[in-house]
Design a binder for this molecule. Structure first.
Ligand SMILES: Cc1cc2nc3c(=O)[nH]c(=O)nc-3n(C[C@H](O)[C@H](O)[C@H](O)COP(=O)(O)OP(=O)(O)OC[C@H]3O[C@@H](n4cnc5c(N)ncnc54)[C@H](O)[C@@H]3O)c2cc1C
Length: 303
């Protein structure tokens, strides 16, 4: 049996930019809010972001998280280090959610899922070092600007890399598609090639020399990349959301309304877990919208 029970207005699952912003808004609405977090925000991977509003000289992901966490704590957010394994939805509209992690349990009137995504990465032991130094990039929208006029690689399944290659072509005339399979890349790859992106034969071997990623093609062609973008997809906590009453689209995304509420009343989803545009600014915007809606749903905070 669970041995810990907290009752609160809102339980936020996840302490990335989305969850931390939601907690700050909720506490400033005088709501009792707990953030339960497993500690693996994607933002931790950001060596230095240059598109984060308010930081013209850039900010590292860990520094941004530190500041956002401090802001949430300063107005009264409680934090719990745990991975939520199950969320049980209430059986009636005004009931409570029950969240569980091992033997621990929390109760909340509303729940925000801010659980992000987990990137699928090439299976090489040097991956985290390559991300840390910017040789591997995981977000072209975030940092293609810094890679302009350099040698850029786009790695992943043939059907997925064409559109990314075309997007990056605006930044450099040295963009290479590195298909990880021999499938037909379809119209997207053809459009990219027509625009001047170079398509390599499938089956390239990737290496990291401590500063750059390198590829060797089956025909012996060798390239050194200033930036290599793998597009291998990612996984979300959709299972947790569905068990709590959310519904998914045909492509597996959590369906939310304009206020970020799922099909289950009182259950919200924000940030990367729900957005195709995985950005700090989007996560923060979702959080403000969801927190404001939750404040309106709950009875007035007692004085
Ligand atoms: C290398 C890299 C560079 C990037 N650069 C930029 C950039 O320059 N600008 C930009 O806007 N964006 C950038 N991004 C994207 C940005 O990091 C994400 O959009 C942002 O972190 C999403 O915030 P989030 O709160 O939705 O999810 P996350 O930050 O991923 O946080 C989710 C949190 O939920 C926790 N969690 C998950 N499941 C559970 C569970 N069951 N129980 C408890 N906790 C759980 C996780 O451990 C994690 O702490 C970059 C991403 C990467 C990987």
């Amino acid at each position: 049996m669970p041995n810990t029970t907290d009752t609160c207005d809102v339980a936020v699952v996840g302490a990335g930019p989305a969850g931390l912003t939601a907690a700050t808004y909720l506490c400033r609405f005088l709501r009792d809010c707990v953030v339960i977090d497993a500690g693996n925000s994607r933002a931790k991977w950001i060596p230095e972001s240059h598109n984060c509003p308010g930081f013209p000289s850039g900010v590292s992901g860990s520094e941004l998280l530190r500041r956002m966490r401090e802001q949430a704590m300063d107005c009264g957010t409680r934090f719990e280090a745990a991975e939520v394994e199950h969320i049980a939805a209430p059986s009636d509209p005004d009931g409570i959610f029950v969240l569980a992690s091992g033997t621990r349990q929390w109760q909340a009137r509303c729940v925000i899922l801010a659980t992000g995504i987990v990137d699928k990465l090439p299976g090489a032991p040097w991956i985290s070092d390559a991300v840390a130094c910017g040789a591997i990039r995981l977000c072209a929208v975030c940092d293609a600007f810094e890679a302009r006029d350099s040698c850029i690689g786009v790695y992943g399944p043939a059907r997925d890399i064409g559109a990314h290659g075309l997007f990056l072509r605006a930044y450099s005339d040295r963009v290479y598609l590195l298909p990880s399979d021999d499938a037909d890349g379809g119209e997207d790859v053809r459009r990219a090639v027509d625009a001047g992106v170079q398509l390599l034969a499938p089956g390239v071997a990737l290496e990291f020399d401590g500063h750059h990623c390198r590829s060797t093609s089956a025909d012996g062609t060798r390239l050194v990349f200033d930036a290599l973008y793998p597009f291998l997809g990612g996984s979300t906590a959709a299972r947790l959301a569905v068990a709590a009453g959310a519904t998914l689209s045909d492509s597996g995304e959590i369906i939310v309304d304009r206020d970020q509420m799922t099909a289950q009343r009182g259950l919200f989803a924000i940030g990367d877990v729900v957005s195709g545009l995985n950005q700090i600014a989007v996560a923060v915007g979702h959080a403000a919208i969801a927190a404001t809606r939750i404040n309106a749903l709950l009875p007035m905070a007692p004085r």
